[in-house]
Design a protein around this ligand. Sequence first.
Ligand SMILES: Cc1ncc(COP(=O)(O)O)c(C=O)c1O
Length: 401
Amino acid sequence: MSFLAEAIGRIKPSPTIAVTDKARALKAAGRDVIGLGAGEPDFDTPDNIKQAAIRAIESGKASKYTSVDGIPELKAAICRKFKRENGLDYKPSQVSVGTGGKQVLYNALIATLNPGDEVIIPAPYWVSYPDIVLLAGATPVAVNTRMEDGFKMRPDMLERAITKNTKWLIFNSPSNPSGAAYSRAEVKALTDVLMKHQHVWVLTDDMYEHLVYDDFVFSTPAQVEPLLYERTLTLNGVSKAYCMTGWRIGYAAGPEPLIKAMATLQSQSTTNPNAAAQWASVEALDGPQDFIPKHNKIFKERRDLCVSMLNQAKGINCPKPEGAFYVYPSCAGTMGKTAPSGKLLKTDEDFVTELLESEGVAVVQGTAFGLGPAFRISYATDTKLVEEACGRIQRFCGNLK
Ligand SMILES: Cc1ncc(COP(=O)(O)O)c(C=O)c1O
């Protein structure tokens, strides 16, 4: 019998982190590798945010434990953010701050799930959702979306997936990995279904809220359907829009009893999130926001570049997503072909492995996100490198036999 807990056997290391590590190792060994696996902006944290952390450290405000689920100043800034950007009224006692959006998500799921509970997760999905559900002993219920629907779950698909055991729908728009973002009407069509099933809660992961292009207007479920407010946890964070992945601050707002339970769990694991990072996050949310459209202009150019170049690659079909910094092309047209190494491509994992071996481009296979054959490209890297990588993908596909 293994010394390790049975629960650990139900989960696996994050495949996106694995690809990033592999690309880093190949680079360190002298290979010319372009890593398009990482889910973080290539831009540095804005200076005003860094300075706020430095001030907190120098004034001693970052030296001690803080209240477990966030300093009052940050909770107040988060309430202002929800009101200003989403039209949502939350009190500080309804807000939880953790070490990244991932911990907040983890707290919410571990604090609510029992064995037998089901959690609906549209696929392709962010890799951590099903694994945290499994760790809790509950059952992830993947709903496969279709490329023809822009990788968005249709209301009839949601309706069919709901059972008496459904506890949560995890909703993520814009999506990691597909970049798909739901319009207000598309969100409403799903909240209409949830209104018929009063026992189902929605955990909306709005982490990529600010990263939308072409005048797309972001909406979140509790804003679109105010009657859902009482059974919605609205999750967000500073990692992506504020270029703060290393700082590890995420937050959520929802009903007080849930927020309290999440704080209890956090008090028995990590205690408060890093104090200096919390002060930096106050500045992120309250300070100037003007760098966001500047970054988005660059992200949009890269998205358009990827979509156009990948659609010229033989056997690749790349839809144009509304947001995030990912594209999710299908590689179905390359399956059954043979790579330059002689390897037959039977799965998208074969595709990404051979692409890395022969062209030094690191991407993540779609099956890691629950829907293949496809792969995810993160274009949050230098535009020249994105262009070079897409050119190499074209060459790789052109050389398949
Ligand atoms: C959809 C989604 N939600 C949540 C997170 C977690 O973000 P954080 O870095 O704040 O933990 C990520 C990060 O990759 C993500 O892609």
